[in-house]
Design a protein around this ligand. Structure first.
Ligand code: GDP
Length: 334
């Protein structure tokens, strides 16, 4: 990374809506270096009073369902309405390699060049939790930079959608007609998280199938317990390529926003999310401190060998490591 700026310079640049500074600030919060972590924590604390003024939308679906095509159509429509859109992604595969499932920067070409849009590819990281934290902080930086609509994209496999659900106001699940739920890797849990399902590729020969699938999903959703806000999840059809049904989805999202604002649920949901953020941060910091401790680094290897060879049991070894760590931490702080 190039020279760091001062916290004040990052903050001023971001509040002025300077994208160059915004990008550098996101790179800073994505860094795993301890000195960058100190700087980025200070920056987040500084910009926090300037955040929260956006609508946060999560979008998930299996690879190939049309997420990037949809986000491009949806984003261009919003940009035409004068909205400022930031698009972030959580890619579970980025733990192994940089963004291999969600692809690279060549996606959403038209939107990427729009002056009202900002696209940032997924952060890489050792743990999905770490990637999620970076995305949440990037979202806050984007809000402080004046983006009023944030889209967080993820793939509908694994646990990344739970993490996204935990940081957005509205969660949209994209699906296909006739692919079978198993094929789409969609577990009941993901459907339960969705505030709406959109059956994409409702065009040409696929239109009737999409409509039929929509009515099936509508009946299926009725069997789920009611959501805390009283919002009944909607099912829509759309074609990201032909750009049909996209405006209707936006209309529905604004209705959702009104509905949850009136009932106080919108704020309540964000408060709950702040609590999860607190607890996730504690867990992540504790874990990092533990594994970065020189004593643990040394001891862990030996104990791993003993456990792997079946000479010692994992629980006893874990307890010994934790006790040893606690002693070191207390001793070092004296
Ligand atoms: P992602 O992996 O979920 O991001 O999916 P993509 O947006 O990359 O789309 C996967 C493929 O589906 C591409 O070949 C798209 O052109 C195609 N596709 C996306 N949306 C539509 C749609 O609404 N209708 C049709 N017919 N094809 C679509």
């Amino acid at each position: 990374m190039r020279e760091r700026l001062s916290v004040a310079a990052y903050k001023d640049g971001i509040l002025e809506g300077n994208r160059f500074v915004l990008s550098r600030a996101i790179t800073l919060i994505e860094s795993n270096l301890e000195r960058d972590a100190v700087l980025s924590r200070a920056l987040i604390a500084e910009i926090l009073p300037h955040t929260g003024n956006s609508l946060r939308i999560g979008i998930t679906g299996v690879p190939g369902v049309g997420k990037s095509t949809f986000i491009e159509s949806f984003g261009l429509m919003l940009a035409a309405l004068g909205k400022k859109i930031a698009i972030l992604a959580i890619d579970p595969s980025s733990q192994l390699s940089r963004g291999s499932i969600l692809g690279d920067k060549t996606r959403m070409e038209a939107l990427a060049h729009h002056p009202h849009a900002y696209i940032r590819p997924s952060a890489a990281g050792k743990s999905l939790g770490g990637v999620a934290r970076k995305t949440r902080e990037a979202m806050l930086l984007c809000e402080a930079a004046g983006f009023d609509t944030i889209i967080i994209e993820t793939v509908g496999v694994g646990q990344s959608e739970t993490l996204v659900k935990n940081m957005v106001d509205f969660f949209l699940l994209l699906m296909l007609a006739g692919a079978g739920d198993e094929l789409q890797g969609i577990k009941r849990g993901i459907m339960e998280m969705a505030d709406a399902i959109a059956i994409n590729k409702a065009d040409a020969d696929n239109l009737q199938k999409a409509k039929a699938a929509a009515s099936q999903y509508k009946s299926a959703l009725h069997l789920f317990p009611p959501t805390p806000s009283g919002w009944i999840p909607k099912v829509k059809t759309c074609s990201a390529i032909e750009q049909t049904g996209i405006k209707d989805i936006w209309k529905m999202i604004t209705e959702f926003e009104q509905h949850t604002q009136i009932k106080g649920f919108f704020q309540h949901n964000r408060q709950e999310q702040n609590l999860s953020w607190l607890h996730e941060t504690i867990s992540e910091q504790l874990e990092q401190n533990f594994y970065n401790n020189p004593y643990i680094k040394q001891e862990l290897k030996q104990k791993e060998k003993l456990v792997a060879q079946g000479l010692k049991d994992p629980i006893t070894m874990a307890q010994e490591l934790i006790k040893g760590y606690q002693k070191k931490v207390v001793y070092n702080n004296k």
